[in-house]
Design a protein around this ligand. Structure first.
Ligand code: ASP
Ligand code: MG
Length: 438
């Protein structure tokens, strides 16, 4: 069995949905995971913001916009009269559910319920469309098996047992459709896997049924070696290891939700990133086999703040770093990069919620400097074999760029550099030339 996940733009128009119906009709046994139609989740967020501000009128007018959008969508997509009417009613019921919340006292529970409607709507529309064409499928309800535990992490055992149970009801069926992103939490309430979480759903489902492969279908022919929005020329990466893909996804490659690598990696299931606009293109294969050596890609993460703690007490002392790290632990703030010298340590963070508290406590240990508007540039590849020459190529390329921190050797897959955000374009362009010959 395989998993095929389609993102919001891939299901964003009736025409795109029609081409997906063709794409999935190859007879292979599969679960198809859908995001909400593009723009919908953002609108649902706006509806929640309006309700939070007690602006029911604005919220209802946004629901009205969604209603118009979906009515046109369904009329264009489904020609069979009876199914068309039925689908309009189904979607209307979901939208009425949102409307009814506008009368109630807004709460986090209502917010999560509203955010869940996009995927329920898109999967219902698709299921109905297939039905109208006489194509048989089973519409699974992700809320029957996707669940997070007390710490908000997916409960993999629950997911595995309950998904297997749902599938066992349909031994003869081979096309299943399911919502991405939505789940129940430890209290059984409606919840979600955070923005972009449909990729995560696909990976969790793939792991739960030990799928042969997990395919993430988007609008671009796989992960690229550099950010196409910033540099002129980029090329798709044919093959990545799980480790490399995880670094890239975390450090800014927007194509894949960072958490979605782990479940696939744990069960050793290959992940394909494919392009719905060009299905025959190779795309990117992410798997455990050691792929080609050397440089694979550059990714950049903005919004980074560097904190330097300089202290005479650090000299030849032990326990100093532990004291520093404990401050970040107390404020539940993850550290991304670390570099040390004998008398100073620099770290970076991207969550600034507790910056003031952190800095105040760090001042007990020494002199503290804070630099905002920094960017981590991360050059990912496999540097394990004959690890020669990689660093010098990177540094030669970045000759003209002031570098604030360098981290190399933490893993065999990543060289991270901290620069000022205003130098990002120049840095990515220089690496494209010096490292990738583009
Ligand atoms: N619809 C959700 C979002 O826009 C989940 C997803 O698309 O992955 O974030
Ligand atoms: Mg996405």
């Amino acid at each position: 069995m395989i998993i095929q996940k389609f993102g919001g733009t891939s299901v964003g128009t009736p025409e795109r949905m029609q081409s997906i119906a063709e794409l999935i009709s190859d007879g292979e046994k599969k679960i198809v995971v859908f995001s909400a139609v593009s723009g919908t989740t953002n609108t649902l967020v706006d509806i929640c913001t309006a309700l939070h501000k007690k602006d029911a009128e604005e919220a209802l007018s946004l629901v009205g916009e969604l209603s118009k959008l979906y009515t046109n969508f369904i009329i264009k997509l489904i020609s069979k009269e009876e199914t068309k009417e039925e689908t309009l009613e189904i979607v209307d019921a979901y939208l009425n559910g949102i409307r009814s919340y506008a009368k109630k006292l807004f709460s986090p529970f209502i917010e999560r319920s509203i955010l869940a409607q996009g995927e329920l709507i898109s999967t219902n529309i698709f299921y109905q469309y297939l039905k109208s064409k006489g194509q048989k499928s089973v519409l699974l309800n992700a809320l029957d098996f996707m669940r997070t535990d007390n710490s908000g992490e997916p409960d993999q055992q629950f997911i595995e047992e309950n998904l297997q149970f749902e599938l066992s009801k349909y031994p003869k069926k081979d096309l299943f459709i399911c919502q991405g992103y939505i789940c129940r939490n430890a209290f059984g309430e409606l919840d979600n896997l955070k923005r972009g979480g449909s990729d995560y759903t696909a990976s969790l489902i793939g792991a739960a049924i030990k799928a042969d492969s997990i395919q993430i279908w988007t609008d671009i022919d796989g992960m690229h070696n550099n950010d196409p929005r910033i540099v002129e020329q980029t090329r798709p990466i044919q093959e990545l290891s799980f480790k490399e893909a995880a670094e890239l996804a975390y450090f800014g490659a927007k194509i894949l939700h960072p958490a979605s690598i782990r479940p696939a990696e744990e069960k050793n299931i290959p992940v394909w990133l494919k392009n719905t606009m060009e299905p025959s293109a190779h795309g990117t294969l992410i798997h455990s086999k050691s792929s080609a050596k050397g440089f694979k890609a550059v990714a950049a993460k903005d919004g980074i703040t560097a904190i330097k703690i300089r202290s005479g007490r650090m000299l030849m002392a032990y326990g100093f770093l532990r004291n520093v790290f404990e401050v970040f632990e107390r404020f539940k703030t993850p550290i991304d990069m670390i570099t040390t010298s004998e008398v100073a340590v620099s770290v970076t963070i991207d969550d600034l919620t507790n910056l003031e508290g952190i800095v105040n406590e760090l001042k007990d240990f020494g002199n503290v400097e804070v630099d905002e508007n920094q960017t981590i540039v991360c050059v990912v590849g496999d540097y394990s074999a004959e690890g020669k020459g990689y660093a010098s190529l990177i540094f030669n390329a970045l000759d003209e760029i002031p570098i604030r921190m360098i981290s190399y050797g933490g893993s065999n897959h990543n060289v991270s550099l901290l620069i000022q955000t205003e130098d990002k374009k120049a840095a990515l362009t220089a690496l494209n030339k010096g490292v990738f010959n583009l």
